[in-house]
Design a protein around this ligand. Structure first.
Ligand code: FES
Length: 559
């Protein structure tokens, strides 16, 4: 693509003049015709061609997403369309001592071969752009950069083709005005004679025939292989929905899904890079071929368990049953995401619920715009306080907030962080009340409930409404503790278990035992009239250095 891009850039100079084209070529050739660079380029081209044909050979289904099909067709067309151009430049410059120049190429191509050259340029460029897109779409920042990359991706070939047209016409015009110009150039630059030109065309014909036959042969043999394999060499895969499919041995699991119309995520297009095609093999894992080093690398990167495989790399040799682990419409954001959050796991964490008191009454007396403004201000300061303490804001529901703590650092750290966050939220609410004092008849009040315990953590939802969340009894208990703040006239109610996990001594707490719906035993809790008492100065002093640093940084940044 680097070669193609600079080559097209050179073509655009045709819009200026033939001399500009020649000057651009001089710079272009100095780099690309430097022997080591040239060697790399030729090797890259041949390797790409061989890998492409090998991939074609390995294919067991012709069903594929639209853009992949376009890329394949264009990729196959490139050597067929470009054979003459390569013979007429690269080969004859080396074999026949011709001194290459733009005028020589334009005189040969314009106007008779213009359509073919245009198709060649477009095939190379579009094929390459699709490849680059599939490669970059897994990189952070690409989504933002994408809209800016579209501009050169469209503009460059357009300008290059216009430069080609202008250059071709300029050659014709100059040749008409000065009939001696082209013959003189042909003599000086040793342009090929008629016999050599005939040899070029004949060789190009042969190359096209060989390549076309090779491609045709691969397709025909593949269809025959498919027909034969339909009778024997059958392997059966059972998907988690219960559907069983028999297919020919040698196909990847992703190809099977595609061939039989089963929606299967594959962000990188089956190149073994993104991991979104991953499946859990629930039966028949031992008999399958071991993962290749490349597949193993990707699986290790996402922390996959031993029974997880990449569907685009696994070519089942025996019957198996699989469960898909990513939703079919997973996008690049889901690629290479660690297994745990997305697949669900049981973890002990701290869960917080916070709610604005009497907000319904407040909102009844205000304009909808004011209500939205007020809630957004509230969510902003509360969300910042939670995140500053290392919590994960799970969701905002109405005027309520649900947050998780200890997802990464474990329950003890999570318990401490949740208490620190509750204190920070109380502080932030007090500051918000001062800020809005002239707008509010009465200060905003909130109730916070926190409990720690085992939960199921995973990504739940549908399509765009998927988020990392927790479910289970701990979540329900935390929600009920929040509701209890009214009854206990407290700003914060936490379970004793949470405080034990945090290993804090909290003298300002009012102990109580409460009965919660759905629980047989009474739950010992601690109530705090002011949540700031749940994170005493002593705890702040013993705060780990990193926490203190983050707090200082956050203060500095005004968060
Ligand atoms: S489709 Fe990307 S790794 Fe399999």
């Amino acid at each position: 693509m680097a070669y193609a891009a600079t080559h097209l850039l050179n073509h655009t100079l045709g819009l200026v003049s033939l001399e500009a084209l020649a000057a651009g070529r001089h710079v272009f050739a100095r780099f690309w015709l430097f022997a080591p660079v040239q060697a790399i380029l030729v090797i890259a081209f041949l390797v790409h061609l061989v890998l492409g044909l090998a991939r074609l050979w390995q294919r067991t289904t012709w069903r594929m997403p639209f853009w992949e099909a376009i890329q394949l067709v264009l990729g196959l067309a490139i050597p067929l369309l470009g054979a003459l151009h390569i013979m007429g430049t690269f080969v004859i410059e080396r074999c026949c001592g011709v001194r290459g120049s733009y005028v020589f190429v334009l005189a040969g191509l314009w106007p008779g071969q213009a359509w073919r050259q245009t198709a060649f340029v477009l095939a190379v460029w579009i094929h390459g752009c699709i490849g680059v897109h599939y490669w970059l779409r897994l990189k952070p920042g690409y989504r933002r950069a994408q809209r800016w990359l579209v501009l050169p991706a469209v503009l460059l070939p357009c300008l290059a083709l216009l430069g080609f047209v202008d250059g071709g016409r300029a050659v014709l015009t100059r040749a008409a005005l000065d009939p001696a110009w082209l013959p003189e150039l042909a003599r000086v630059d040793r342009w090929p004679d008629t016999a050599t030109a005939a040899w070029v065309y004949a060789t190009e014909d042969r190359i096209v025939w060989v390549l076309a036959s090779l491609i045709f042969g691969i397709v025909v043999v593949d269809l025959l292989r498919g027909a034969l394999a339909r009778r024997r060499n059958r392997v059966r895969v059972t998907y988690d929905g219960g559907r069983t499919i028999a297919f020919r041995r040698g196909a990847t699991l992703l190809e099977v899904s595609r061939a039989f119309g089963i929606a299967h995520a594959a962000v990188c297009g089956g190149r073994g890079r993104c991991s979104t095609c991953r499946v859990r093999v629930t039966r028949g894992l031992e008999e399958q071929p071991a993962p290749s080093p490349a597949e193993r690398r990707v699986l290790e990167r996402i922390g996959a368990e031993a029974d997880v495989r990449l569907a685009c790399q696994l070519r089942p040799t025996h019957d198996l049953a699989v469960t898909m682990l990513m939703q079919a419409d997973t996008n690049a954001l889901g690629a290479l995401r660690k297994m745990d959050p997305s697949q669900g796991s049981e973890r002990e964490i701290a869960v917080m619920f916070a709610d604005l008191r009497d907000f319904t009454r407040i909102s009844e007396t205000r304009l909808p715009y004011d209500v939205v403004f007020l809630l957004n201000r509230y969510f902003t300061v509360m969300g910042a306080a939670i995140e500053r303490e290392g919590g994960h804001v799970d969701k905002f529901v109405g005027d309520g907030i649900m947050a998780l703590f200890g997802l990464e650092k474990g329950p003890a750290e999570g318990a401490r962080a949740s208490l620190a966050a509750a204190a920070a939220m109380a502080e932030a609410l007090s500051a918000l009340n001062d800020e809005l004092a002239h707008e509010l008849k009465a200060p905003l009040r909130m109730g916070v409930g926190i409990h720690a315990g085992p939960t199921i953590v995973g990504e739940l939802g549908y399509r765009r409404a998927v988020s990392l969340t927790a479910i289970g009894d701990t979540v329900n208990t935390a929600s009920r503790l929040e509701a209890l703040t009214k009854e206990l006239s407290a700003q914060l109610v936490v379970s004793v278990h949470l405080v034990e996990l945090a290993a804090l001594d909290l003298p300002a707490a009012r102990p109580a035992e409460v009965e919660l719906r759905g629980r047989r035993a009474r739950l010992p809790v601690l109530a705090f009239t002011d949540a700031r008492d749940a994170w005493p100065a002593a705890a702040m002093e013993s705060e780990p250095a990193a926490g203190a640093w983050n707090r200082w940084l956050a203060t500095l940044l005004g968060r």
